[in-house]
Design a protein around this ligand. Structure first.
Ligand SMILES: Nc1nc2c(ncn2[C@@H]2O[C@H](COP(=O)(O)OP(=O)(O)OP(=O)(O)O)[C@@H](O)[C@H]2O)c(=O)[nH]1
Ligand SMILES: [Mg+2]
Ligand SMILES: [Zn+2]
Length: 384
């Protein structure tokens, strides 16, 4: 096959920011700074624009089966079959072709190079084109454009947890390990950014004092999120959960030990997913589910069981855009005195006033502050 040179981006974390974010703000406050600003711009080269390198890729000569993927790469798909990724395990990806045949596939090197700021070029749920080999294995040649993604930051790279999902169940456990609103809030932001409908599941209701538990369910229900208390011991909420997963493709996510796999087994008893033998959630560092897997349920719907995550960092969200992801902040933001208010210490901040008046809960406001702080820290690290 003919070769062609293409330009691809360098890994993101090697890039320096071209210029400081708030230059214009400084300029507004003190116009005499303008001379310095121009100087600063000139010292740094072309910045991100020059951060490309050239690689060689296969060139497709015939136009007939040409198809562009999520990364703008064109592939002749007349030699390929379309399928869905069921499982990603290291270099091995299990793909089910649309006729039901399974293939163990590896990803073409070019796809890895093109998504080098990602921990993995593909994820469970990805629609792909594969080129089968005579021995039953195959090569993933192309990734179709995605919709509905769940993405987190992991060691300065993006970690795509699941692709092409309709909804995500954010699972918490009342006890063992307990509810962490700050973690739920980060999941909510990630779900909204990824275009996925979030649903909040509060599991192990049998271990909770429901009088006390109600405040957290009420908090999110009042914000307009769908919420559900469940228990595999009493069966509470299991029928409703089954009805929820029948709606489409659903990813189960949350900390390790909250009961994601247990809930799936409760929805569909024949499934026999491995769950933790005794509920020893303090036994750190051990996940019962180790790889994400896409499962077709007999009762209808498809689900993705994922390994528990110890932490959930946001990925590529400019700190300025976090405020809009807190849906109850939205009516107040336009009333802040300063249009660039970050709702931290500014005077005349309508968001903070709403917190004082009890119209925004302190718990959510603190989540917001923490997220902005963390994202600012990351930006600082990148500039060093
Ligand atoms: N009391 C009680 N225990 C539960 C409930 N749901 C799950 N458990 C227990 O919690 C433990 C962890 O359950 P898993 O289903 O393995 O949790 P997981 O979220 O899949 O964990 P990872 O696969 O490690 O991410 C098991 O011992 C379950 O029996 C529940 O509703 N009530
Ligand atoms: Mg599990
Ligand atoms: Zn404000």
């Amino acid at each position: 096959m003919a070769k062609k040179k293409v330009r691809v981006q360098f890994r993101k974390n090697r890039q320096k920011r071209t210029r400081d974010n708030n230059l214009t703000r400084e300029f507004k406050n003190d116009p005499s700074l303008s001379a310095d600003i121009v100087g600063t711009e000139r010292v740094r080269a072309k910045g991100e624009l020059s951060r490309y390198r050239t690689i060689v890729k296969d060139q497709i000569s015939s136009d007939s089966g040409l198809r562009r993927g999520s990364n703008n790469r064109s592939v002749d798909v007349t030699q390929c079959r379309q399928g869905t990724i069921l499982r990603v395990q290291g270099l091995h990806n299990t793909v089910v072709a649309d006729d039901g045949t399974r293939f163990q596939c590896q990803v073409r090197r070019i796809l890895k190079t093109m998504s080098i700021d990602q921990r993995n070029p593909v994820a469970v749920g990805d629609r792909v084109w594969i080129r089968p080999e005579p021995d039953g294995s195959g090569w993933i040649e192309q990734i179709e454009p995605r919709h509905g993604t769940l993405m987190r930051g992991y060691r300065r790279r993006g970690h795509l947890i699941a692709a092409n999902i309709d909804q995500i169940l954010i699972v918490s456990g009342f006890e063992e390990p307990g509810i962490k609103p700050a973690l739920i809030d980060r999941y909510l932001v990630a779900a909204q950014r990824g275009g996925v409908r979030p649903i909040l599941i509060f599991n192990k209701s049998d271990l909770a004092d429901m009088g006390q538990a109600q405040w957290v369910i009420g908090l999110y229900a009042q914000l307009g999120y769908e919420t559900l208390a469940t228990s595999i011991r009493t069966g509470q909420g299991v029928d409703r959960l089954r009805a929820i997963v029948q709606r489409g493709i659903t990813a189960f996510s949350g900390q390790s030990g909250v009961g994601k796999s247990s809930l799936l087994n409760a929805i569909e008893p024949g499934l026999n997913l491995r769950v933790r033998e005794v509920s020893t959630w303090t036994f750190k560092g051990k996940h019962t589910t180790t790889t994400a897997e896409l499962i077709q349920l007999a009762c209808g719907g498809m689900v993705i069981d994922t390994p528990g995550l110890r932490q959930f960092e946001l990925w590529e969200i400019p700190p300025r855009e976090i405020e809009g992801e807190f849906i109850e902040f939205r009516p107040w933001i336009p009333h802040c005195k300063f249009p660039d208010c970050t709702h931290r210490r500014e005077q005349g901040c309508a968001v903070r006033l709403a917190v004082f008046d009890g119209l925004i809960t302190e718990c959510r406001y603190e989540s917001y502050l923490k997220m902005v702080e963390q994202e600012n820290e990351k930006d600082k690290d990148d500039d060093e």
